[in-house]
Write a protein that binds this ligand. Structure first.
Ligand code: WAQ
Ligand code: MG
Length: 269
């Protein structure tokens, strides 16, 4: 699903959707008999979105031709509020995962200073070179979902810590697919919902690390940045993210709050 609206004060260009403001997007994998109710729930989400009223909603359904790849969810942890701020926590985690200072600076600009994108920006983890072709659209990770078994096991693990919400489950599903992408180094995310201020850093070694207070309440900024290794083949990585169907089939556990040091100590690369 993709919901957007025309920017205020500008006359829409003829037939163009390119300059539209992103309101909401969602994607999933479901059985054919669930398609109607899933599409209905996406429609409802688009129409009641805290980012405002869309004037265009597109829902696309595709029949999958290949069996989804089954992966485990990343292990989940939440960090304690960092004394030097959430950005410092993000910086320490991403540096540990192998992201350079210059790539980090670029990522923060994209997340907190730029126009909200519909998808994710993709940067080389060392040079910070921006790879994706369309800087407003970015790369949209699609064809993601959970098997019934995966949903049960993830819901149970998250539920023990009171975080079994749609937002967390969907973000964990996306991050677990991204972590399985060839050439991926790490991901950073801040929600674009004005009232949702918890973001995350994820990587194959760190897992899914939730970071409270990454932005001010009420701010409609946010975004995602994927960091790729310098040697990653762009076409392979982007094709995996956009097209390969991936489903979460099991949880890998969930812990309560930890300090950044504790997370770095238990991380594996
Ligand atoms: N593929 C690529 N980028 C995406 C996708 C996607 N499928 N969906 C969203 N984005 C980008 C886009 O730029 C959005 O503006 C940005 O990410 C944020 O999307 O555990 O709600 O859907 O409590 O607002 C994190 C949960 C929630 C933390 C993230 O993201 C937690 C969230 P949102
Ligand atoms: Mg959002």
């Amino acid at each position: 699903m993709r919901a957007s609206r025309k920017p205020f004060g500008k006359r829409p260009e003829k037939g163009a959707a390119a300059g539209d403001v992103h309101v909401s997007g969602a994607e999933g994998i479901c059985a054919e008999e669930e398609a109607m109710s899933v599409a209905g729930s996406y429609l409802m989400r688009a129409m009641r979105h805290p980012r405002g009223n869309p004037d265009r909603i597109v829902i696309t359904l595709e029949r999958l031709k290949e069996r989804p790849l089954l992966v485990s969810a990343l292990p989940v942890a939440t960090i304690e509020r960092h004394p030097r701020g959430a950005r410092m926590a993000m910086t320490r985690l991403l540096s540990a995962a192998g992201v350079s200072d210059s790539a980090l600076r670029k990522a923060f600009e994209i997340l907190f200073d730029g126009e909200v994108m519909r998808g994710a920006a993709v940067l080389r983890a060392l040079s910070g070179e921006r790879i994706e072709a369309d800087h407003l659209r970015g790369v949209r990770v699609s064809r993601i979902g959970m098997t019934r078994r995966g949903r049960k096991s993830v819901s149970a693990a998250l539920g023990r810590h009171g975080i079994n919400t749609d937002i967390v489950r969907e973000a964990l599903t996306l991050a677990s697919k991204v972590a399985a992408c060839p050439g991926i180094v790490a991901e950073v995310c801040a929600s674009d919902d004005p009232d949702y201020t918890t973001g995350y850093v994820a990587s194959p070694g760190l897992g899914y690390v939730r970071i409270p207070g990454v932005k001010r309440k009420g701010s409609a900024r946010g975004g995602r940045v994927f960091f790729l290794s310098e040697s990653a083949d762009i076409d392979d990585s982007l094709c995996f993210l956009e097209s390969t169907p991936v489903m979460i089939d099991a949880a890998s556990g969930c812990t309560g709050t930890l300090t950044v040091d504790e997370i770095l100590r238990r991380a594996h690369r």
